[in-house]
Design a protein around this ligand. Structure first.
Ligand code: S3P
Length: 419
C-alpha cells in the first residue's frame, strides 16, 4: 500500500510572486525577493516587466532582485503572457493608465479565456482596450484614467486586482465592491507599497498614489500547491505529511475548512505573521472521510483546489456537492469536464452540470493506462496523485505542464513516497 510521509516546503506562492513582478511596473525602488515561485507562470510576469523596460536579476528564479519601473513603460514588442491568466488580467489594469500602445498575447489556452470582463471596467474608467472577440490578442492604448464605482459581477481576484491597479493611477476615487471576498494579496501589497487603499465593509477604495517596492520580500509557500500532497495524505493509508512555511491567508485556506468538515485531521501551527500569515500544516490519513456540501460563497477561497478536493470526495462516504463552480469551466482548461471525465475513467462517479460538481462516494479507483491532463497543471497533479490509490503509474498526457506552478512536484512526490 503506497503512503506519503514527511515534511515538504511548497514553492513560493504563485499569486504573490506574480503581484511583486507586475506591481513593480508601477512602483519605484528595488526589492530582493526570496522564495519566489520559479514556475513558468511567474516567469511570464517577470518577462513582461522586462519587455516594458524593467529589470530583474536571478540565477534560479527563486531569489530574484526586481527593479521597479515607476510607471516609465515602453513596450518593445508584444507582451507574451504565456499560459498565465493572472499576468494578462493584472497587466491590463496596470497598462491602461500608462502612456503607450501595448499588445498582449498568450498561448492557445490563454487565447480561449475571457478578457472582456477586464476590458469593461477599464473602458468605464476611460481606458482603451481592444480585444479579439472578447479574448486575446488584445491592444491597450494607455491614457489618463478616471476613478469609478464598480461592483464585481463575478467573484474574481484577477478582475478585482485589475480594477484596483487601474484605480491606483486614476484621478478621483475608485471603489470596488465585492459580494464574496476573494484573495486580497493586491490590497495587502498596495498598502505595503504606500498606496492609498482603505476597506469599507465589502468595498475597497483606492486613490492615485506613488508606489514603492519593499526592500525585501519573503514569499510564503503556496497553499494551492501544498494542497496536493495534504489532500493526498488524507486518502492514502498510513500517511501523514506536513507542509512547511505555507501561506495561511484566510482568503486562500478554504480547502482546510472543507477537509475538517470531511472528518480529516489537520494541525495548523501558525508562525510569525509577516506581511501575510504563515505556518505549518499537517494532514493525516482518515479512514472515515465524510461527504460535505461546498457552498458558492466558499469557492473563491478554494477555487484552485477544486480538482484535488474532488479526488478526496471520491473517497468520502456520501455525496459531496460543489456549488457555484462555473468559473472552473474557464480556467486553463474546462476543469469540471476534465476532472470528471478523467476520474470517471478510473471508476469515480462524478456528475458535472454547468455550475455544480456532484461526487458520489466512496468509490474504489481502478488502474488505467492513459489519462489526459489537457495541458492543465492542476489536473495533471491531481491525476498523478489519484493513480497512487491504484498503485500504478499511468501515462498522463502533457504532464510536464506541472512546471507552470510546481516545478518540483515529481521530486517532492518521490521523496514523500519513500520517507
Ligand atoms: C488568481 C485568482 C484566481 C485563481 C488563479 C490566481 C490570482 O482566479 O484561480 O489561479 O492570483 O488573482 P480568479 O480570480 O479569476 O478566480
Amino acid at each position: 500500500m503506497l503512503s506519503l510521509n514527511g515534511s515538504f516546503a511548497p514553492p513560493g506562492d504563485k499569486s504573490i510572486s506574480h503581484r511583486l513582478a507586475l506591481m513593480a511596473i508601477l512602483a519605484s525602488g528595488r526589492c530582493v525577493v526570496s522564495n519566489c515561485l520559479p514556475g513558468e507562470d511567474v516567469q511570464s510576469s517577470l518577462k513582461a516587466l522586462q519587455t516594458l523596460g524593467g529589470n530583474f536579476e536571478t540565477n534560479d528564479f527563486i531569489n530574484v532582485i526586481i527593479t521597479g519601473l515607476a510607471g516609465k513603460t515602453h513596450a518593445q514588442g508584444t507582451i507574451d503572457c504565456g499560459n498565465s491568466g493572472t499576468t494578462m488580467r493584472l497587466i491590463t489594469g496596470i497598462l491602461a493608465g500608462r502612456n503607450g500602445r501595448f499588445v498582449l498575447d498568450g498561448d492557445n489556452s490563454l487565447r480561449k479565456r475571457p478578457m472582456e470582463r477586464i476590458a469593461i471596467p477599464v473602458r468605464q474608467m476611460s481606458g482603451q482596450v481592444i480585444t479579439t472577440d472578447g479574448k486575446c490578442p488584445m491592444t491597450i492604448h494607455g491614457q489618463a484614467l478616471q476613478g469609478i464605482d464598480y461592483q464585481l459581477p463575478v467573484a474574481s481576484a484577477q478582475l478585482k486586482s485589475a480594477v484596483l491597479l487601474a484605480g491606483i493611477q486614476a484621478s478621483g476615487q475608485t471603489r470596488v465592491i465585492e459580494t464574496t471576498s476573494s484573495r486580497d494579496h493586491t490590497e495587502r501589497l498596495l498598502r505595503q507599497m504606500g498606496g492609498k487603499i482603505t476597506q469599507e465593509g465589502n468595498s475597497w477604495l483606492v486613490q492615485k498614489s506613488d508606489l514603492k517596492l519593499p526592500d525585501q520580500f519573503y514569499v510564503p509557500g503556496d497553499p494551492s500547491s501544498a494542497a496536493f500532497f495534504l489532500c493526498a495524505a488524507a486518502i492514502l493509508n498510513n500517511s501523514s505529511v506536513t507542509a512547511q512555511a505555507t501561506l495561511l491567508n484566510p482568503t486562500r485556506t478554504g480547502f482546510l475548512d472543507v477537509l475538517k468538515r470531511m472528518n480529516i485531521q489537520i494541525n495548523v501551527h501558525q508562525k510569525n505573521a509577516l506581511a501575510e500569515p504563515v505556518g505549518d500544516i499537517q494532514v493525516s490519513y482518515s479512514s472515515e472521510i465524510l461527504a460535505t456540501v461546498i457552498e458558492e460563497n466558499e469557492i473563491p477561497s478554494l477555487v484552485d483546489e477544486v480538482p484535488i478536493l474532488t479526488l478526496v470526495a471520491t473517497q468520502a462516504k456520501g455525496t459531496t456537492v460543489f456549488k457555484g463552480v462555473q468559473e472552473l469551466r474557464i480556467k486553463e482548461t474546462d476543469r469540471l469536464a476534465a476532472i470528471s471525465s478523467q476520474l470517471n475513467k478510473m471508476g469515480a462517479r462524478i456528475e458535472a452540470t454547468e455550475d455544480t460538481l456532484i461526487v458520489h462516494g466512496p468509490t474504489l479507483l481502478h488502474p488505467v493506462d492513459h489519462l489526459e491532463s489537457f495541458g492543465d497543471h492542476r489536473i495533471a497533479m491531481t491525476l498523478r496523485l489519484a493513480a497512487l490509490l491504484t498503485e500504478t503509474s499511468p501515462d498522463i498526457a502533457e504532464e510536464t505542464c506541472v512546471r507552470i506552478s510546481y516545478p518540483d512536484f515529481h521530486d517532492t512526490l518521490k521523496r514523500l513516497l519513500i520517507s
